[in-house]
Design a protein around this ligand. Structure first.
Ligand SMILES: *[C@@H]1O[C@H](CO)[C@@H](O)[C@H](O)[C@H]1NC(C)=O
Ligand SMILES: *[C@@H]1O[C@H](CO)[C@@H](O)[C@H](O)[C@H]1NC(C)=O
Ligand SMILES: *[C@@H]1O[C@H](CO)[C@@H](O)[C@H](O)[C@H]1NC(C)=O
Length: 390
């Protein structure tokens, strides 16, 4: 190789490095986002105390693996949203509905267990659907946002100002969503056919879209959206006599229900695509939590877990789940009342906490899969979820 060619190659290599540097800088993706706040919307997958505040506390042994007492979560410990907040070095989110002891400086949680996207026509006691559907969570967020602006524009009220975000935090915050599963199960549990529920999916994702657009119009820019999980693999669904007619797939799951979840997810993903086109300044990340949860359940042993279809805290039957008495409730056995408590030996290797919700160990595992972006449709890691990469 003559000298000139060698020099040219060196120059070329140098130029490539320069270009790469420039690319990374222009892209901005090098810098973590430093979200000052997280605002979360959802169901029990991310409820940190909402339903408990409105309808009575989750009972022991909920919370015992981490908080040593019930902490408004339907779990033995922390949820994915807790690990998300923790990863930004933010405190765990206070439930918006929690009147005492809450501190909203770094965000608020509007999620409640049993929440749906669409308002339901049945009450909590009839069907288990929370009255705090996504549209109500959005009213609450609007009110919260408006009050913060009012307080911040007035003199005085210093005490309250130490409990709320700054006005500009609303545009720099991360908005997280994990909701939709209960819309599907609500229909199925009301004996609608899978096809009937499927037909309602466009309306469900349409209402979801409306909320995202409005938050964007209020200044929200970074959105982190979880799709819905394989609820056909959850004990509370499989154990319902009608849901299977005895038919389960090779994993023990109700395949057609998982197909319905996937159908919802495809529509949700499409909606996210439309939102990206409509909302130019938004960074919207769609996270395939379905695949993570499905892998956890169907390859549990491989990932260090066991008995993925058995509730850890429950009572009776193949799934250790009783649809009439949940974890922390009381059940009569041979005339004696006993507490439905933890019956698995080790919740750190259990997937299902109470037949409906995942254990803290499962939630941590799920979080570990989503944090680096491998399951985001833009491959964007959580800490970079304010950067546009598509
Ligand atoms: C509730 O009832 C209204 C009026 O009949 C209907 O339009 C709506 O779709 C129903 N909601 C659900 C979730 O079924
Ligand atoms: C609420 O939390 C923030 C940040 O963690 C802290 O600075 C503030 O003092 C807290 N408010 C009160 C009233 O303790
Ligand atoms: C659904 O069907 C089952 C069996 O026919 C019945 O027991 C149950 O009450 C029905 N549920 C609703 C909400 O209609």
């Amino acid at each position: 190789m003559d000298h000139r060619r060698r020099r040219n190659l060196a120059v070329e290599a140098f130029t490539v490095v320069l270009l790469l540097n420039q690319f990374v800088n222009v892209n901005g993706s090098k810098y973590p986002c430093e979200f000052p706040a997280v605002f979360n919307f959802g169901d029990s997958n991310s409820d940190t105390g909402g339903l408990s505040a409105a309808f009575g506390q989750a009972q022991p042994p909920n919370g015992e693996s981490f908080f040593q007492r019930p902490a408004g979560r339907y779990c033995d410990g922390r949820l994915v949203i807790d690990f998300i907040a923790q990863s930004f070095r933010l405190p765990y989110l206070s439930a918006y509905l929690d009147a005492l002891g809450s501190n909203f400086t770094h965000g608020a949680n509007f999620a409640t267990a049993g929440s749906t996207i669409r308002p339901q026509n049945t009450t909590l006691s009839q069907s288990g659907s929370s009255p705090f559907s996504l549209n109500v969570q959005w009213y609450q967020f609007n009110d919260f946002h408006g009050r913060v602006r009012n307080f911040r524009s007035q003199k005085g009220d210093e005490i309250f100002k130490r409990l709320m975000p700054k006005t500009k935090d609303f545009s720099n915050a991360l908005y997280t969503f994990d909701i939709g599963q209960n819309d599907l199960t609500a229909g199925l549990f009301q004996n609608l056919s899978i096809d009937q529920v499927r037909a309602s999916v466009p309306d469900i994702v349409g209402q979801f879209k409306t909320v995202i657009k409005d938050i964007y119009n209020q200044g929200g820019r970074s959105f982190w959206i979880h799709n819905t999980g394989p609820f056909g693999c959850l004990p509370y669904v499989i154990a319902r006599p009608l849901s299977t007619n005895g038919q389960v797939d090779k994993y023990g799951c109700v395949g057609p229900y998982n197909d319905l979840a996937q159908y919802f997810n495809r529509q949700l993903k499409e909606t996210v695509g439309q939102l990206r086109k409509d909302l130019h300044k938004a960074v919207i990340t769609y996270v395939d939590v379905y695949s993570i949860k499905f892998a956890l359940i169907t390859q549990a042993t491989q990932h260090g877990f066991e008995h993925p279809l058995r509730a850890c805290c429950g009572h009776g039957g193949k799934y250790n789940y009783n649809m009439h008495v949940g974890c922390g409730g009381k059940v009569k056995v041979k005339g004696k009342e006993i507490l439905v408590g933890k019956s698995c030996k080790d919740p750190t290797v259990a997937v299902s906490w109470d037949g409906v919700h995942y254990t803290q160990a499962a939630n941590k595992w799920i979080f570990d899969q989503i944090v680096d972006g491998s399951f985001s449709d833009t491959n964007i890691p959580l800490r970079l979820a304010c950067h546009k990469q598509y």
